[in-house]
Design a protein around this ligand. Structure first.
Ligand code: NAP
Length: 293
């Protein structure tokens, strides 16, 4: 529960939203929500707020007191945001983390739209329905935890998680066991297996490190999806390309689609996303296109 001392005296004339993280300067969320608001004719203010690592709770309390209506939450505050909410929704409870808060008076509703954003992006912008497919997620951190429930709900034939530290993948398997089945292990356990969709949810996209993936991991016509965005071809994409994969995607569409879920929740209007993704992409990589010769 968060204190809400000045709610009635400081209600702003325009609805306020924000993304909170540390760091936050790089965030594309203000641009995305500005484009959504323009396209749908919504009058709203959306800003980026930097919170010190130990100051998320007070930042949220201040925002609520100032009449803020909704908040996106990014690293490192997603777990804390879920814990502070008065009404965590199933998507946040399952993930144990929230990336979207809807503030309704003194009540704070928490959601996790990362997984929905990922599945929608893969289906709508990369032409891949996950039903009946073999889907592998690399990594077992917060992004994987947020993504797995939505991936499972899409009905894949196999849903697998592999992580450098195998135990963390096994922990996720145990965590989700009451809800859905996940195959789990280390990268070495992937030998002899192949997948139609391979999602990189490790943080190596921001480095020059490659993953110790076995040969034959990518099935014919596989989609190689890196959750990182804005980096051009990531090491994982280059690795997939070298293995003959032509369908490459970054995580920009995931970011925009989770933002669209938040916008729809807050404003009651669903924004179009394809133009926003195109506009943000500018001259960086053309996702899902064949690699250059
Ligand atoms: P995290 O909780 O810190 O987890 C990092 C994961 O990467 C762990 O599984 C870790 O394995 C693995 N890893 C790190 N370095 C590695 C290496 N050299 N080799 C193999 N595995 C390595 O991070 P996260 O929050 O899950 O985020 C993961 C990525 O997803 C980030 O790049 C983030 O930007 C991206 N993301 C994108 C979106 C979007 O909207 N597009 C949303 C959320 C996250 P160990 O367990 O062995 O350490």
């Amino acid at each position: 529960m968060v204190d809400n001392p000045g709610m009635s005296s400081c209600t702003p004339s325009i609805d306020r939203y924000a993304v909170v993280g540390h760091p936050i300067a790089h965030s594309k969320s203000p641009t995305i929500h500005r484009l959504f608001a323009q396209a749908t004719g919504q009058r709203m203010d959306y800003s980026a707020i930097e919170a010190a690592p130990n100051a998320f709770a007070e930042t949220l309390a201040r925002f609520v007191a100032q009449g803020g209506k909704g908040m996106n939450v990014t690293l490192p505050f997603k777990v804390e945001a879920c814990g502070l909410a008065t009404d965590p929704m199933p998507s946040a409870v399952l993930a144990g983390a929230a990336n979207c808060l809807a503030i309704r008076g003194e009540r704070i509703e928490a959601h996790n739209f990362d997984g929905t954003g990922l599945v929608t992006d893969i289906a709508q912008h990369h032409g891949t329905a996950l039903g009946g497919r073999r889907v592998l997620v690399l990594g077992a951190g917060g992004a994987t935890r947020g993504a797995l429930p939505a991936l499972a709900a899409a009905g894949p034939a196999v849903l697998a998680v592999a992580n450098r530290t195998a135990q963390k993948a096994l922990d996720l398997q145990t965590h989700f066991a009451p809800h859905f089945a996940v195959q789990a292990g280390g990268f070495e356990d992937l030998a002899g297996e192949s997948f139609d969709v391979v999602i990189n949810a490790t943080s190596t996209g921001l480095s020059d490190q490659t993953l110790a993936l076995p040969l034959g991991l990518f099935a014919p016509n596989a989609l190689a999806y890196d959750m990182v965005y804005g980096q051009g071809l990531t090491p994982f994409m280059r690795q997939a390309q070298a293995a003959g994969v032509c369908r490459l995607a970054d995580g920009l569409g995931m970011l925009v689609e989770q933002a669209a879920e938040a916008f729809t929740l807050w404003r009651g209007v669903r924004p179009q996303t394809a133009n926003v993704i195109r506009s943000l992409r500018g001259v960086s990589i053309c996702a899902s296109s064949p690699p250059p010769p």
